[in-house]
Design a protein around this ligand. Structure first.
Ligand code: UDP
Length: 323
């Protein structure tokens, strides 16, 4: 990337946001992070805080005057600020909808005021309950009932995508949408329910590894460094504008096999226990049986090819927690 830019990362103190911020600084850009530290942490930014090209604003993206000034100043916006973690989303339904709907609306409206390019971080959750095949960008979405709280998150992120595409079509705002599949790696905390940090921490502490449901559900995990590569390259690719891309790894694993692998790779004696979903998340929860991306589209456009396989991914998380 030859051009040095001013870049805004919303949610830049979060797990993915902080890795993205580091990479953007490495590439020579000047980076502004806005984060309200709901789930983001200042410690995530230790590596960049003394770089002369890093600026932190601790505030909510709902603060219009702050956002107006920031967006006016920068060339590009990576919009990652959102409610994260299934457990968090189940526990805070109002905040989830508020930040995901109003936050993205604010970012897009102000970006349009100054015609600044935006990359929206979306999620594989928006595909819903598909089981039959790997997920392609133009697939239909299969949503559950409004009585199950999880779907509020999926619907709020879907609305963000609709809004971004509407700004592109109607207002000619340059936008790109990245649908992230399960992203993992160093700095992800188990606090908000994510499976891999929880399994690794339990294994290292010789505590039970708790698999929710029967463990036959599958996920496809992508290392955060591969995700960051995809985001920065999508942002710089003009042909990605006005379009949606899966960002993930197409290797699938059952949660039972993940638990076994973590146990083996940590050399842990932890028992693997199965517990019902209601006990883990409370009533009104519905899981996705399967979630695996088709990544042809992003591979063809920017040559995306995940470099971390599942063993390397797990090892990087083990190393992180051992540190
Ligand atoms: N899960 C589990 N034990 C945990 C946390 C999660 O068995 O301690 C399961 C969860 O029910 C889901 C999968 O692991 O089937 C992935 O969960 P995560 O919250 O990491 O991501 P998502 O559900 O958003 O894919």
């Amino acid at each position: 990337m030859k051009d040095k830019r001013k870049v805004l990362v919303t949610g830049g103190a979060g797990f993915i946001g902080s890795h993205l911020t580091e990479r953007l600084i490495e590439l020579g850009h000047e980076v502004f992070v806005i984060d309200n530290l709901w789930t983001g942490r200042l410690s995530n930014l230790e590596k960049v805080q003394n770089s002369g090209r890093f600026h932190l604003i601790v505030d909510t993206i709902l603060n219009e005057s702050v956002m107006n000034e920031l967006i006016f100043k920068v060339d590009h916006i990576y919009h990652l600020a959102a409610a994260v973690g299934v457990k968090n989303i189940m526990d805070h339904p109002v905040e989830t909808l508020d930040i995901n709907v109003k936050g993205t609306e604010t970012v897009l409206r102000l970006a349009n005021r100054f015609k600044k390019k935006v990359l929206i971080a979306s999620t594989s959750e928006i595909y819903g309950k598909h089981v039959e095949h790997t997920l392609s960008e133009d697939d239909n979405r299969v949503m559950g009932t409004v009585k199950k709280r999880r779907w509020a998150y999926a619907c709020s992120k879907t609305l963000d995508e609709f809004l971004a595409l509407a700004y592109y079509d109607e207002k000619k705002l340059p936008v790109v949408i990245a649908r992230l599949f399960n992203t993992v790696g160093p700095r992800q905390t188990g606090q908000y329910g994510m499976v891999l940090p929880n399994f690794v921490q339990s294994a290292l502490l010789e505590k039970p590894i708790t698999v929710y449901g029967d463990g036959t559900q599958t996920r496809s995990f992508t290392h955060v460094k591969d995700v960051v590569w995809a985001l920065t390259n999508l942002m710089e690719e003009p042909r990605a504008e006005g379009d949606v891309f899966n960002v993930g790894n197409d290797h699938e694993i059952t949660i039972n096999d993940l638990a076994e692998k973590v146990k083996e790779m940590t050399g842990s004696e932890s028992p693997i226990e199965h517990i019902p979903y209601e006990k883990a998340y409370g009533p009104g929860f519905e899981d996705m049986e399967r979630r695996c991306p088709n990544i042809e589209k992003i591979r063809n456009l920017i040559g995306f090819n995940p470099t971390y396989d599942i063993d390397a991914i797990i090892q990087s998380v083990i190393d992180y927690f051992k540190e």
